[in-house]
Design a protein around this ligand. Structure first.
Ligand code: NDP
Length: 330
């Protein structure tokens, strides 16, 4: 085991969070029961907010950033895990109150770990990461609402070219839905078509304030954008439909009315990945294992070294990242 290893840390500098690469030792890690050697982490929108300081994600400093982990158990004081087990961690407060994944090693609580699903490599799991696992939660929520019983249900995905959006499109298309992608980047249309989108909406159309009840267009939606976009999506959802809302890339407000809910029985399904119970996590990963096309995963994700994180973080907050970024923490 290396004596020291690099980690990306958020530190307090004169009352403000500042990011820096630091050398850590195993002895400096938190005293949790399972020591994991991390192979890969990822870049999510939330990581972008944490690293750039655009969002107050880290609530305790110093903090090792990174909300995702894929790696191998090295030591365990828990009967649940043994050395050699391959595991993933998504959320559970990593990079907020608990040290996270931008590090070669991390000590973690046993209950945060999920066994690497059969059929995925550690790199595949991080090509999916929190964004993809959240797409799995969204798709399962829409399915539980009964939206996928009809072949060809029309589902809208907003923030389409991002990590949640790209993965949601692939999953929904695999489940037989007709998927419309709302994107602000026409240059991604070919990529989104290759994942299974069959129609497009310019995201600017959804960003303008619309009426409380609009023409019924969608059986359901996965929304990664929030704000006016989500209000319009709700107003365009058909009678009895549902919108799985997971994101705020366009804003955290919701300038909506109750009309779609009380006149069309439209449901707003809130999706949280951070504290989702283990059974929901297992189901989301099972959906990904069963329905996510491996070739899509290759085209969705790219690998980057940890040293590029500061620039990548600025890019994801600016909406410039396509798909997913896997981070090599070596
Ligand atoms: P990405 O940055 O990869 O994707 C977000 C996408 O949203 C962008 O690619 C862009 O899509 C679109 N977008 C960006 N800025 C704006 C804007 N100002 N107005 C409208 N659309 C915009 O992020 P992720 O996929 O990782 O995450 C998406 C959202 O989901 C984030 O808000 C994130 O915080 C949230 N999230 C929530 C989780 C939860 O537990 N609830 C878990 C994971 C993510 P395009 O270029 O196609 O228009």
């Amino acid at each position: 085991m290396a004596d020291t290893f690099r980690a990306l840390m958020i530190e307090d500098q004169d009352g403000k969070p500042k990011t820096a690469f630091r050398d850590l030792t195993i002895g400096e890690l938190p005293d949790h029961d399972v020591l994991v050697e991390i192979a890969y982490s990822t870049l999510n929108y939330k990581d972008g907010l944490a690293i750039t300081g655009k969002g107050r994600i880290a609530r305790r400093l110093p903090m090792v950033a990174g909300i995702d982990i894929a790696g191998t158990v090295v030591e365990s004081r828990s009967g649940q895990w043994k050395p050699g087990d391959r595991v993933i961690v998504n959320g559970w407060g990593l990079s907020e109150t608990e040290w996270g994944g931008y590090s070669r090693f991390q000590r973690l609580k046993p209950e945060w770990l999920t066994r690497l699903p059969e059929g995925f490599s550690l790199k595949d799991a991080m090509a999916i990461g929190t964004a993809g696992y959240t797409a799995g939660l969204c798709v399962n929520a829409l399915e539980d609402w009964g939206l996928m019983q009809d072949e060809g249900a029309e589902i809208l995905v907003t923030g389409a070219a991002g990590g949640v959006g790209s993965t949601a499109i692939s999953l929904l298309a695999a489940k037989g839905c007709r998927v419309t992608a709302a994107t602000g980047r026409p240059e991604t249309h070919e990529y989104l078509s290759s994942l299974g989108a069959s129609a497009f909406v310019d995201r600017a159309e959804l960003a303008e304030k619309g009426g409380p009840l609009q023409k019924e267009r969608w059986a359901g939606a996965v929304d990664a954008v929030g704000s006016t976009t989500l209000a319009n999506v709700l107003a365009q959802t058909r009678y009895g439909g549902a919108v799985a809302a997971c994101g705020l890339a366009g804003g955290f407000d919701l300038p909506a009315t109750v009309m779609p809910h009380i006149l069309r029985s439209v449901a707003l399904l809130g999706i949280d990945s951070v504290m989702a119970p283990q059974d929901k996590r297992d189901r989301a990963w099972a959906t990904l294992a069963a329905h996510l096309d491996k070739q899509h995963l290759t085209s969705i994700a790219r690998l980057e070294p940890m040293s590029n994180l500061p620039q990548l973080a600025a890019d994801i907050v600016a909406g410039k990242i396509r798909g997913r970024v896997v981070i090599d923490v070596a």
